[in-house]
Design a binder for this molecule. Structure first.
Ligand SMILES: *Cc1c(COP(=O)(O)O)cnc(C)c1O
Length: 497
């Protein structure tokens, strides 16, 4: 199986190459040349396998340049009960009326990014051995919260790697900051930047393109790489949990083989929902892919009209991981829906770069309409959904998942579709404790994060997950705050140790 680029269909590379490089030279995203299929026997065989074996089988189809031993090493390093608080890795909670919440946050940082970032270091170091033998891989991450911590947990103490994370001084929640600044591991560095997320991101991009830094690091046999969500090594692991969830629902006798399911995904960069689309192409019977957005509803408009227009107000919401106006992974979907037309993709994405807008053709519009439905809701509707689900079913949703549930409820009311539905749950509610507490209780909030959490526990009779509780007694290791021009020196200093 080879990989090609969304902006150059003539390109052919191995999966190892795609994973090490992240982004193709001409700026395109790596996509598999064809999508491998799952047979009925294979899907049914997953019912009696643990998650780690389901992952192994799915990866075997996409990463054909990896040996069986290499893939075993990767999946077993990632999907075990040391990293996840359950052997099932992802849990399914049944709500009423045919809704199944797929909890993707049982990993070490309590957010769904762990599903991919726990395995990415293994995929990356294995890929590096095959393509750039012997080089030390140093990861740079600019983060507005969840990705930074998940990447730190994934890469900490992985041989042959190190990681530097930059976050905006005032741009992350107190809990997110605490999670990052108490990070352990001998190969990690965390630094606050005086500025906003864009400053951090631009600073990281500047380091990647700095020839002087590149040379200095090359002399030490170090290669810089990124862990962002356009890397194929982050997307492939996400396909696994949709395949796994379908098999699990068969095993639990909730559905029969061949029965269609809807999938609802709270969406930001379009990685998670794209993985569900790939699962459908592999043969998982998916009826509608339902794309849920918050007030930053650029995707809702796009799916409903075929016009992508980022020229609009940006909202800071209580579901911050979805506060995005450019959803990078959409490019992969469009590449497939145009029948691999790299010229059209270049045209549209040039237009996005130059004017912030593009419009797809009638054929793509029609396909989008067949495959997807889209909806959005604002913060007050999100809170109302958290309150309603808690009051009616005693199940506590986080703010992102609540957007998905609300958009699904609207979809069902409008269409009358009673197909059973998987709702991707992307974070544990305690990661966004203030908004969740406001939704279910509405009372005064103590300033201290752990006092607030104690109140949320008391109000809902639920428990803060262990990894968040563990940050309480931990010493702060990283206190550095720098100007954005200093980021390069910080990286060099860290790697020169
Ligand atoms: C990253 C993230 C999302 C968005 O996922 P995409 O794959 O970028 O669409 C949604 N919810 C949470 C909690 C996240 O961390």
């Amino acid at each position: 199986m080879n990989y090609t680029s969304t902006r150059n269909s003539a390109l052919k590379v191995t999966s190892a190459h795609a994973i090490v490089k992240g982004l193709s030279d001409e700026g395109g995203l790596y996509v598999p040349e064809s999508i491998p299929k799952l047979t009925k026997e294979e899907i049914l065989s997953f019912c009696d396998k643990p998650y780690v074996d389901r992952a192994f089988d799915v990866f075997s189809k996409f990463l054909t340049d990896f040996t069986k031993e290499e893939l075993r090493y990767c999946v077993e390093g990632a999907y075990n009960d040391k990293n996840f608080d359950t052997n099932n890795i992802a849990e399914i909670k049944k709500l009423k009326e045919g809704r199944y919440v797929l909890e993707l946050w049982h990993g070490p940082t309590c957010a769904f990014k762990d599903m991919a970032l726990q395995i990415l270091p293994y995929l990356l170091t294995t890929s590096a051995k095959k393509t750039v033998d012997g080089k030390h891989i140093s990861i740079l991450v600019a983060t507005s919260g969840d990705t930074g911590k998940a990447a730190l947990e994934g890469f900490k103490d992985v041989p042959g790697t190190s990681i530097s994370v930059f976050y905006p001084e005032d741009g992350v929640s107190p809990m997110q900051k605490r999670q990052m600044t108490t990070q352990d591991g001998a190969n990690v560095n965390v630094c606050a930047v005086k500025g906003n997320f864009d400053d951090c991101q631009n600073g990281v991009k500047a380091i990647f393109t700095d020839k002087d830094i590149e040379q200095k690091l090359a002399a030490k046999n170090i290669l810089l790489s990124s862990a962002n969500s356009i890397n194929w090594g982050r997307l492939a692991p996400q396909i696994v949990y949709y395949v796994s969830a379908y098999a699990q629902l068969i095993k639990d006798k909730e559905i029969e083989y061949g029965e269609k399911v809807n999938v609802v995904v709270p969406t930001g960069n379009f990685g998670n929902i794209l993985a569900a689309y790939y699962a459908k192409l592999m043969g998982i019977p998916v009826n509608k892919l339902i794309c849920a957005s918050n007030s930053n509803n650029v995707l809702t408009d796009f799916i409903n009209t075929g016009v992508y227009d980022r020229n609009r107000q940006f909202y800071t919401t209580i579901s911050p991981s979805m506060d995005i106006l450019i959803s990078s992974n959409l490019e992969r979907l469009l590449y497939h829906l145009t029948g691999c037309d790299d010229k059209l993709i270049n045209e549209w994405f040039d237009s996005l770069k130059n004017s912030g807008r593009y419009e797809v053709n009638e054929s793509v519009k029609a396909k989008l309409g067949e495959l997807f439905c889209a909806g959005c809701c604002d913060d007050s509707e999100t809170k109302a959904e958290i309150r309603k689900t808690f009051n009616e079913e005693h199940y506590l949703l986080d703010t992102h998942t609540a957007v998905a549930v609300k958009v699904y409820d609207d979809y069902k009311a409008k269409t009358g579709d009673t197909t059973k539905t998987i709702i991707a749950s992307t974070a544990n509610p305690y990661k966004f404790g203030r908004a969740v507490f406001d939704a279910v209780d509405g009372g005064a909030q103590p300033e201290d994060e752990f006092e607030l959490i104690a109140k949320l526990e008391a109000a809902t009779d639920t428990k803060m997950p262990a990894p968040l509780a563990a940050t309480k007694g931990k010493a702060i290791r990283f206190t550095n705050t720098v100007e954005k021009q200093e980021m390069g020196d910080i990286v060099l200093g860290f790697l020169n140790k």
